[in-house]
Design a protein around this ligand. Sequence first.
Ligand code: V47
Ligand code: SF4
Length: 389
Amino acid sequence: MAIAFDKALESSHLLHDIAAKVKNGDRLNRQDAIRLYDSNDLVTIGALGEFARKRKAGAGKEKYVYYIHNMHLNPTNFCVETCRFCSYANPTERSKAYTWTVDKVLEEARKGVESGINEIHMVGGLNPACDINYYEEVFRAIKSEFPQIHLKAMTAVEIEYMANLEGISYRETLERLIAAGLGSMPGGGAEIFDEEVRERMAVKKTPAPIWLEIHGIAHELGLRTNATMLTGIGESVANKVDHLLLLREQQDKTGGFFCFIPLKCYYDGTTITEAEVAEPSGYDVLKDIAISRLVLDNFDHIKAYWIQLGENLAQVAFSFGADDMDGTIKEEKITHAAGATSPLQLAKENLEYLIASAGYQPVERDTLYNIRRIADIGLESQPELALAK
Ligand code: V47
Ligand code: SF4
């Protein structure tokens, strides 16, 4: 149910000047973004996001929504940090903390590869037992057995930790991991760049300048990377806007971000109380999708991460500017440890059905957004909910 842009433009008086900027392809400024967040005119905001998405997609691809057949692998959930929103590495989970051997990582990867995945998304806690030598060994083992698999791994937080552990630069850390098989970097660990929120959430790792510097170095070394923003941790509208503006500025400099992923916090197992944060509503999530699409005019892709949004809200997000759903996943731990109730994985057919039944064209991609398959899907019968194959 995409909304006609011109109708939205006519009907919205308050956002008229912003809509005109979007239509002309002019860059939005901080005040514009804050006004969009402060507006209740969700229909217009969505229409603007959809308009910007279509223009960015280019002719013939206006309806494309991408997904990937992938798996998440988390070799360790032991972490020296204690970010308050993280249930994955919280004290209860910590008492059951695990660290996989290289063989165990390989065994888990093998299960995914047998099911036809083409990307492994690997991240883990900050664990002194998993230093750069460990990850070099893991990457080499995976790439030598499965050279066709793309390794999207290591957040900027892990790069910072590993570099400090080893006493080497971020650049050298990245160069060594690239030589071992690292293909791209996910966008995790950015949280909210604002220092006060980070302090309240006990986030001691990787402040904004270092997170951005590491992504900049990765881009210079030829790696594509993603970026995230975690909401629902007590941030203000201004904090979100400033986060987006810092990402846009970095992208202007080094140009290697592929995709932006707005994340929303789940609270089970955390110490975060209702009194200190506002849980993002569906309304807030859709604004994050649309406004990030509008502000991040130099990012090609905005992801509706179905694991956190749930399948239904992810479908609506396509009409607000999202053009990616992430992947089949196989087994998600970080958000499910904190209470997410979405399935742990979905089969390709289910993702395709979700995209097509929202009125969009499902496109299976690889990590670098090369098209693997344009799905030809009829909507007569909904596929049984199935696990990723
Ligand atoms: O960095 C931690 C967040 C992130 C919670 O790059 C939580 O394609 C919700 O970055 N509730 C990891 N979120 C996930 C991530 C990601 C996911 C999918 C695709 C990509 C990509 C990246 O999850 C962490 C943190 O910001 N997180 N705890 C929680 N309780
Ligand atoms: Fe560790 Fe990352 Fe969890 Fe923070 S969010 S406790 S750094 S795993």
